[in-house]
Design a protein around this ligand. Structure first.
Ligand code: SF4
Ligand code: SF4
Ligand code: SF4
Length: 254
């Protein structure tokens, strides 16, 4: 792509996976109709899902996954030193994600239960910002490809980066959905940051908070919604604690 006959210098980008399912990187590699335009802005020097090239000279590092091993800590620190901008991508990287459920149990019990007679080295799960400075977090399980592409383009062009402040309920109502509370399910949409298009509730499944807390969330109102539909905060905790991104809510069953 040329501007006024000049080929602009492309921003070098690397994407790195740690402990995770790699679903966020797959999201980025999917949907070929936007991939070509997206990649036209960038020089991908390291991205295992889409290229065999392993360059170490990147400006932007996308980090996927949580940190659960000593060698991952060292690898992450090396990436941080090389990158000008480090972006945590996905709920595992931003909050510990599903993996952080492990931290609620004694680690030796987890290793025995999962690996039996073939134990592996594993540490309590940490999010990326527990180890290194993170410039930007893009949550979601998986991330929204459109959101990551928009944010990376904004980083490249220097445009302001904005996330929705309002909760999932706003997008859900916009989609004219029936509220899943009225179908007998708990939903974390009232306290979870929008931006996913309310994809779960549109499919009639309650939100489990993969995008973390909405800035404009009203927790007292959420308690009331639970109560009005015959649920307690204790019953909502399994969802609230699932990704590790939402604040602990005090259990009050009065
Ligand atoms: S955030 Fe979800 S999709 Fe992304 S790597 Fe973690 S578990 Fe996989
Ligand atoms: S509580 Fe859940 S289902 Fe109900 S409107 Fe909000 S996001 Fe939609
Ligand atoms: S509805 Fe909730 S759980 Fe589903 S993608 Fe959106 S934020 Fe994540």
């Amino acid at each position: 792509m040329k501007y006024l006959g000049i080929e602009p210098e492309k921003i070098k980008i690397g994407s790195f996976d740690f402990t995770c399912c790699e679903g966020c990187q797959l999201q980025l590699a999917n949907k070929e109709d936007t991939l070509v335009d997206f990649l036209a802005l960038l020089d991908v020097v390291n991205f295992r899902e889409i290229s065999s090239h392993r360059g170490e000279d990147y400006d932007i590092a996308l980090i996927e996954g949580s940190i659960t091993r000593a060698d991952e800590v060292e690898r992450l620190k090396k990436i941080r030193k090389r990158a000008k901008i480090l972006v945590a991508v996905g709920s595992c990287a931003c909050f510990g994600g599903v993996n952080q459920i492990k931290n609620k149990f004694p680690i030796e019990d987890v290793v025995r239960e999962v690996y039996g007679d073939d134990p592996v080295e594993t540490l309590p799960v940490r999010k990326v910002s527990d180890i290194v400075k993170v410039d930007l977090e893009i949550p979601g399980c998986p991330v929204s490809k459109e959101e990551v592409e928009r944010i990376v383009v904004n980083l490249v062009t220097g445009a302001e980066i904005k996330f929705p402040k309002y909760p999932v309920c706003v997008e859900c109502r916009r989609n004219l959905n029936t509220c899943v509370f009225d179908l007998g399910q708990i939903c974390l949409g009232p306290i979870t940051r929008a931006g996913c298009g309310a994809v779960c509730t549109t499919g009639k499944t309650g939100c489990i908070g993969c995008r973390g807390p909405a800035e404009e969330a009203n927790y007292e109102e959420f308690r009331q919604i639970l109560k009005d539909h015959g649920f307690t905060v204790r019953q909502a905790l399994e969802r609230i604690n699932f990704y590790g991104g939402l604040p602990e809510m005090v259990i009050d069953e009065s």
